[in-house]
Design a protein around this ligand. Structure first.
Ligand code: ZN
Length: 431
């Protein structure tokens, strides 16, 4: 009752009543990098200065030159380290804790509430950020509805630490083609995806998912994988061509890109006919499919880490699928297919394997270490349509920056031992 008049009494005479308080100047940070891999160049540079103002990178150059512009900026000395752009994993499931067998998958959907799963997802987001991942394309919640969007909101509002999240919400498969499935027709069981049927149903599902916050649309192009004697990996295709094309067309109309789970050659071919932006897993790539990938400019996100993780527990053809994928990966490199780093984290437990293991597999499979780094930085940002925001270290981009003690060009496993993490200009891990 008495404070409001007093406030007016104080402020009005000096004319400040209508003005907001002056904004604090943006925090300035000066990073001294011993070595810099900027995500775009083919060569590392030595003794580089990075000036950060607020959330973004202001200047990058020789350390002495940038020091001249830094003034009284806070100094972070990484002169004994190699500095890189924040890492990007283009295929994760924050809401899943490993599903090497269908029993483990069903267990989570049947016996864990979405609320419980979202708490674990927040834990996973923090772990991922601490491992150097500053952006994730999360490839569906596996029955946890739109909870990925909630985790993203909590991260963006600073309630919990985590990477930038590009959410795809529920994903899509036709009725009866995705777990949880049971012979007992009396039970109404949770769906691991949104069941989608028909062209109109496809467009409606895209609209629903976008209205609930989907940044990406994902659909399951195939299931039931099998080899024929000519060593081709085949599959049963889920959607009719008309349905798949409707999903892609509606998503593109609404400004969203589309990812297709496609393991067998038939599923990959169907997804490419529909015009998807990325093929997920892609174990059954053939020479003609790889040529089509190049022609269409589609990205391949191979998720090698999960392939190795599930091969033993699943048995059967899951082992030979790993070998098939490895050979296809090497042919894809020669053909110039755009391979983007994605792990399928959540398909394996977030607490057991560091996502950066994927880089090690790519080098084992024939990438140079620099190629592998680009697949999980600048090229991943390109897939996300975010090249102007992150994926490299350059003026104007968000300050998403990591540091490792050794040289990842000599030993790619250094990326599994990230010692410094900054996202948006905020430090989350220091050496
Ligand atoms: Zn996945």
């Amino acid at each position: 009752m008495s404070r409001l008049p007093l406030l007016f009494g104080l402020l009005t005479p000096i004319g400040l009543a209508a003005q907001a308080p002056p904004a604090a100047p943006p925090v300035r940070i000066f990073i001294k990098a011993g070595h810099l891999i900027d995500g775009r160049s083919d060569q590392a540079q030595t003794n580089v200065g990075i000036l950060i103002e607020g959330q973004r990178i202001k200047a990058v150059g020789p350390v002495a030159q940038i020091q001249g512009q830094a003034g009284d900026a806070r100094v972070i000395d990484l002169s004994q380290m190699t500095v890189l752009p924040g890492l990007i994993d283009a295929h994760t499931h924050l809401l899943l804790q490993g599903d090497p067998t269908s029993e483990q998958y069903d267990q989570q959907l049947l016996y864990q509430s979405v609320a419980y799963r979202a708490i674990l997802a927040a834990r996973n987001a923090r772990l991922s950020l601490e491992h150097g991942f500053t952006a994730l394309r999360d490839m569906e919640t596996e029955g946890a509805m739109f909870a990925d969007v909630d985790v993203k909101l909590a991260v963006n509002r600073g309630e919990v630490p985590g990477p930038r999240i590009f959410a795809s919400t529920r994903a899509m498969a036709p009725t009866g083609m995705y777990p949880v499935l049971s012979q007992n027709w009396e039970l109404e069981l949770p769906h691991g995806v949104q069941p989608v049927d028909g062209v109109d149903g496809a467009r409606l599902a895209v609209r629903e998912q976008v209205s609930h916050g989907a940044d990406w649309i994902k659909f399951y192009s195939d299931r039931r994988y099998y080899f024929t004697p000519d060593s081709t990996l085949h599959s049963w295709v889920n959607f009719t061509d008309d349905e798949a094309k409707a999903i892609v067309d509606e998503a593109h109309r609404l400004g969203r890109r589309v990812a297709a789970h496609a393991i067998g050659a038939d599923g990959i071919a169907a997804a490419l006919r529909a015009g998807v932006n990325s093929i997920e897993h892609g174990d059954g790539m053939t020479d003609s499919l790889l040529d089509a990938m190049v022609r269409l400019g589609a990205y391949w996100v191979p998720t090698v880490t999960v392939s190795h993780y599930v091969a033993d527990p699943r048995g059967g053809i899951w082992g030979p699928m790993v070998d098939h994928q490895r050979a296809a990966f090497q042919r894809a490199l020669r053909k110039g297919v755009k391979i983007v780093m994605g792990t399928d984290a959540g398909g394996f437990p977030w607490t057991e394997i560091n996502q950066a293991k994927e880089f090690e597999y790519y080098v084992q499979y024939g990438m140079t270490p620099m190629q592998a780094i680009k697949s999980g930085t600048s090229l991943a940002a390109e897939l996300l349509g975010q090249s102007d925001n992150f994926g490299s270290i350059a003026p104007g981009l968000f300050a998403d920056i990591v540091g490792v003690a050794g040289d990842p060009i000599k030993d790619i496993t250094e990326l599994q031992r990230v010692r410094f993490v900054m996202k948006d200009g905020t430090v989350y891990l220091t050496p």
